[in-house]
Design a binder for this molecule. Structure first.
Ligand SMILES: NC(=O)c1ccc[n+]([C@@H]2O[C@H](COP(=O)([O-])OP(=O)(O)OC[C@H]3O[C@@H](n4cnc5c(N)ncnc54)[C@H](OP(=O)(O)O)[C@@H]3O)[C@@H](O)[C@H]2O)c1
Length: 231
């Protein structure tokens, strides 16, 4: 049985990953900041083999506790999904010190925490010769940036991209494949009401690509539909 670990699994894209992998018959290890409040997530236990654990990805002791809880579990797929956008109008509209503080917070969640989670679970993923997929954004692409702005979110994802590129090389000897996915502009709390695709389409596309990955794809940056994105 395939085992999938997902961060930020209580809503949005993470919750849809849980649904679709349960439908597929996988064992799902779903993590979120507050399982007591995650009613939509815990309701999915009826669908199959779902285990839920508390995990604020910025809290080292919680990352270590989750890795310890599932120490003997082989993990075929680790989905580093949890993320935040930060202030929408930064550097100009607000107090600069508030924006600087928000920048640090966003980096902790979007850039530093995925690396910490990946390192904490590397033995479980190596045991399965598995994949670590990181949910980034096309907004982190330097080549794609023609509109400017969104410096906080953009840089957090650009830095995640470089982190994962290095990690893909560092962890290859252990048989682990690391890849990056832009999920599309998706109708979630973060994506807002004007987004272009629903979670079903986004997650369905990423799952299809994940199923086709080979070792040649290590370190690549994919759109949800499987096309590569320029860095
Ligand atoms: N939606 C889009 O259009 C879009 C586009 C490009 C990339 N993305 C990326 O896709 C991923 C998922 O986004 P989404 O659209 O599903 O966003 P969302 O609906 O806002 O959900 C974000 C998820 O991340 C969790 N999270 C935030 N901070 C966390 C922390 N410190 N520890 C653990 N979990 C935390 C949230 O948990 P709480 O409920 O506890 O806050 C929630 O489960 C993110 O990495 C995002 O950057 C989204």
């Amino acid at each position: 049985m395939k085992t999938v670990l997902i961060t930020g699994a209580n809503r949005g894209i993470g919750l849809e990953f849980v649904k679709q992998y349960l439908q597929e018959g996988a064992r799902v290890l779903a993590t979120c900041r507050d399982p007591q409040k995650a009613k939509a997530l815990t309701a999915l236990k009826e669908m199959g083999d779902l285990q839920v654990a508390a995990l604020d990805v910025t809290q080292p002791e919680q990352v270590d506790a989750a890795a310890e809880r599932w120490r003997d579990q082989k993990i075929d797929l680790l989905l580093n999904n949890a993320g935040v956008y930060g202030p929408r109008n930064s550097f100009g509209a607000n107090d600069i010190e508030a924006d600087m503080a928000a920048w640090e917070t966003v980096f902790r969640v979007n850039t530093m925490a995925p690396l910490r989670v990946a390192l904490a679970f590397q033995n479980q993923v190596a045991a399965a010769k598995g994949t670590m997929a990181f949910i980034t954004s096309k907004m982190g692409s330097i080549a794609d940036n023609t509109s400017g702005g969104s410096i906080i979110y953009r840089t957090s994802k650009s830095a995640l991209n470089m982190t994962v590129k290095s990690l893909s090389i560092d962890l290859a000897p252990r048989g682990i494949s690391c890849v990056l996915f832009h999920p599309g502009w998706v109708l979630t709390d973060m994506g807002g009401p004007n987004a272009l695709i629903d979670v079903t389409t986004s997650v369905g596309g990423m799952r299809a690509k994940i199923d086709q990955l080979t070792t040649k794809d290590r370190g690549k940056y994919f759109n949800y539909d499987g096309r590569e994105i320029p860095w």
